[in-house]
Every structure is written in C-alpha cells, then in structure tokens.
Design a protein around this ligand. Structure first.
Ligand SMILES: Nc1ncnc2c1ncn2[C@@H]1O[C@H](COP(=O)(O)OP(=O)(O)OP(=O)(O)O)[C@@H](O)[C@H]1O
Length: 256
C-alpha cells in the first residue's frame, strides 16, 4: 500500500490556479524528488503534505487516512532556512520535538521524562554529526550545521514521512555534498519515506529513487492564472550515486 496517496489535487489562491490534477502514489521507504521551475508550486505541494495548506480540490491520504488539516509528529519538515529556534540551544531545539508531543499544552517536560527526551535528543545530535555542539545556539553554527540541527529536530519524532523543502539550496557546493551523504545515510538507516523539493536536477538524480517534475503546460499570458502546473515526468531512478564519483552528473532513469 502507498504511504501517501495524492488524488486529483488542485490548489488555487484567490482564483489563481497553482496546481492542477496532481495524482501520485508514494511507496513506503522511497526517496522522492520534486523538481520544477521557480513558482510552479513545489513548496505549495509540500505544504499540503505537511498539513499547513489544504487542497482546493482532491484529497491526500497518509497511510490510507485523510491527512489531518495541521502538521503532526508523523511528518517531519526541514525548510531551506530558519527551521530552528534561535533562542534554544542545539540540545533544547532537538528535544523540543518530543516535548511538544508528550506535553502539547506547555511544550515542556520535567523530571525523568525530560531526562529521557534529552538523552534521545543527544542520540539524534550524534546521528547528524553535531556532537560537541549541544550547548551552542544556532547563531554560533554554520549554515550546514544549522541544517543538520533542523534534520535532527525533524527526525526525533520518528516521522513516517520526512518533508524537505530545498534544504541544501543555500549551502556551498562542498557542504552540500556532505549533506547529501548525511541524508542518504539517514534514509538508508531509518527507512523513512522522503519527499524533497529541489530545483537541481543533478541533486535529484543523485539522491532520489523517483523524480517527479512539475510544469505549467499552458503558460501563454492570457492563460496565466487559469491553469496550474501538473506532473510532466515521473521517472524511476535506477542508476545514481556511484556515478557522481565518476564525474557523471545525470543518471539514467526509466519513465514510469
Ligand atoms: N499563501 C499564498 N497566497 C497566495 N499565493 C501563493 C501563496 N503561496 C504560494 N502562492 C503562489 O503560488 C505559486 C507557487 O508558489 P510556490 O512557492 O509553491 O512555488 P515553488 O515552485 O516552490 O517556487 P520556488 O522554486 O521559487 O520556491 C506562486 O505563484 C506563489 O506566488
């Protein structure tokens, strides 16, 4: 069974159609890359999966149930910037995810429950390679370290789906390579389903098991606003990562 089913989803804002007829069945444990031109609605689709936005038409199912109309611990998210809380340390930022689940009203745990949340946070801090920085505030971290922190924060609730919105887009190319290695390791170890927005095709082929492209098929000036972007390619990626080390940027895929 699909972990996510997107069924004939449309999204409009104030009469402007942004997305139309989006249909996708997402396999558990797959690494899905959504690529498309700026403004075609990639982030909008991701925000609908998060539950921050609702489809104007159609429905999204998570594990066979209609997605609740708000974000929840079953969906972790990392944005390009500003996913972490500047006034909390690395340790507090990561523990916060658990505190909100276990104590949704005050967002704070005490005694043994807090100690367990801190221990768990420290495991995730180590997983993303931030051990040694537990007491630092985000302002003392580099961009790559802040994204590592955001990933740890998103993972601590063991989400069914990890949603990534251009998480490496603002990083230098060298750091981006390290982050690619990290996210592949996390994906392989956790077997979580990943849904990632990117506008970098080579990144998509390198990371993903599936590439979905969005585009506006009808884009003449008089058509703008009337038609949204839809899926133009849906490709299973069969050869990838090993190619990067041989200097081959794009991998071959099978069109589904
Ligand atoms: N809350 C909103 N209200 C009105 N219009 C919106 C809203 N959110 C997005 N849009 C519009 O929807 C369209 C798609 O935006 P979106 O951010 O999803 O595109 P994107 O493909 O992620 O772009 P980019 O690659 O530049 O981040 C844009 O025209 C944008 O102006």
């Amino acid at each position: 069974m699909s972990i996510i089913s997107i069924r004939d989803v449309w999204k409009e804002y104030q009469g402007q159609v942004v997305l139309e007829r989006i249909n996708l069945e997402i396999e558990p444990g797959s690494f899905n890359l959504i690529v498309g031109a700026s403004g075609c609605g990639k982030s909008t689709l991701l925000r609908m999966l998060l539950g921050q936005e609702q489809p104007s038409r159609g429905e999204i199912l998570l594990d066979g149930k209609v997605l609740p109309p708000e974000p929840g611990p079953d969906r972790g998210v990392v944005f390009q910037r500003y996913s972490v809380f500047p006034h909390l340390t690395v340790r507090e930022n990561v523990a916060l995810g658990l505190e909100f689940i276990q104590s949704p009203i005050v967002g704070k745990l005490f005694g043994g429950a807090r100690r367990r949340a801190i221990e768990k946070a420290e495991q995730y801090i180590e997983l993303v390679g931030l051990d040694g920085s537990e007491d630092k505030y985000p302002s003392a971290l580099s961009g790559g370290m802040q994204q590592r922190l955001a990933i740890a924060q998103a993972l601590i609730t063991k989400p069914k789906v990890l949603l990534l919105d251009e998480p490496f887009g603002a990083l230098d190319p060298g750091i981006r390579g390290d982050m690619h290695d990290l996210i592949i390791r996390i994906w392989e170890e956790s077997k979580t389903t990943i849904f990632m927005v990117s506008h970098d095709l080579s990144e998509a082929f390198y990371l993903g098991t599936r590439l979905v492209t969005l585009d506006r098929r009808r884009n003449r000036p008089e058509e703008q606003g009337l038609y949204g972007a839809s899926i133009t390619h849906d490709i299973a990626i069969t050869r990838r990562r090993e190619n990067r080390h041989r200097g081959i940027e794009l991998a071959e895929g099978d069109v589904l």
